[in-house]
Design a protein around this ligand. Sequence first.
Ligand SMILES: [Zn+2]
Length: 284
Amino acid sequence: MKHPKVSDCVEVFDSLWPTALAEPWDSVGLSVGDPAAEVRSILLALDPMDAVIAEAVVLGADLVFTHHPLILKPVKTVSASTLKGGAVHTLISNDIALFNAHTNADSAREGVSDALISLLDIRDAVPLAPHAPSPRTGAETLPTGIGRVGDLARPTPVRDIARTLAEKLPRTTTGVRIAGDPGATVTRVAVCGGAGDSLFDEVRASGAEVYITADLRHHPATEARDTANRGDGRPQLIDVSHWASETVWLESAARALEAEFGERGFTVALQHSAVNTDPWVERY
Ligand SMILES: [Zn+2]
């Protein structure tokens, strides 16, 4: 068994979460690192925050794998005096590579929303906003796309679903919130890990009776409720922490990486970040 190079890691990541599946506006892939450098250990985290990078330095990790990109909007400088430039400097001066899989990890099978919906024992979910098959992904037999929708084994009150999520997701300050009727009984569930308020049309078209996502703001939530109330009242809404909704994916991502590196004859240590990058710390 040998250690992979950064370029080998990129191949492994791309085999699981193909770059071709990323949204056009997104920023995914290797953002810092020398493809020829050897990787003995990888630190997995949701956000490339300073505290995560500092943790990678302390642990001696050679590569940080995150969901969210470090640089989404173009920058004109990577001066260490800037927020993004400071992170780039710390990474390079400690020989640490940075790779992220974002909307490609949302879209791929066994992706971010699959991890979220599996907490409710829904295993046969399909994409909420399926990708049209493209020449590069057309060979895949299972559809890819953002969000998931599937059916519970039996009709369940929205309140019970919220409680199950509160139990199974990591504990957060903002918790799990319901908009609509907590007592409504539902079977068809739509989810979108992370901020999902752009998918209400797809949620309604899917026939979902409850929609679980994160970062629901006042206006999208109230307008979605008014739209629902003019019809049959569906979907009810469940809002969870953005960090919690996506961090559950890192577990399944680590399992997939373990298997894929092993299959290619590589040995590499995978560690989960101990840093909670949910920004909210107290509530009164
Ligand atoms: Zn996110």
